[in-house]
Write a protein of this length. Structure first.
Length: 85
């Protein structure tokens, strides 16, 4: 993943930050035993994914071409070893 820049885009960062805030809200309200607040936090989590997808469709995500990075390994050909007498 280090060579593909996976997730290093404004769309990814924004979506993850919004989802993290929603997770924190849901966790706080879960501890306070407030189901309505918990579900509001879960809506924020889903909103983070939606915002990330919208930003990606606006061109702020990883381009399609760079998503298909292939890693090539060098191949070496060796001559057969023969025993000389």
């Amino acid at each position: 993943m280090a060579g593909s820049s996976h997730g290093h885009t404004p769309a990814a960062w924004t979506g993850v930050i919004i989802a993290f805030i929603g997770f924190c809200v849901a966790g706080a309200f879960m501890v306070m035993a407030q189901p309505l607040g918990f579900w509001a936090g879960m809506v924020i989590v889903v909103l983070g994914g939606v915002v990330g997808m919208i930003m990606r469709s606006m061109g702020l995500g990883q381009p399609k071409e760079s998503a298909q990075i292939t890693h090539l390994t060098p191949t070496t050909t060796r001559e057969p070893v023969t025993a000389e007498s």
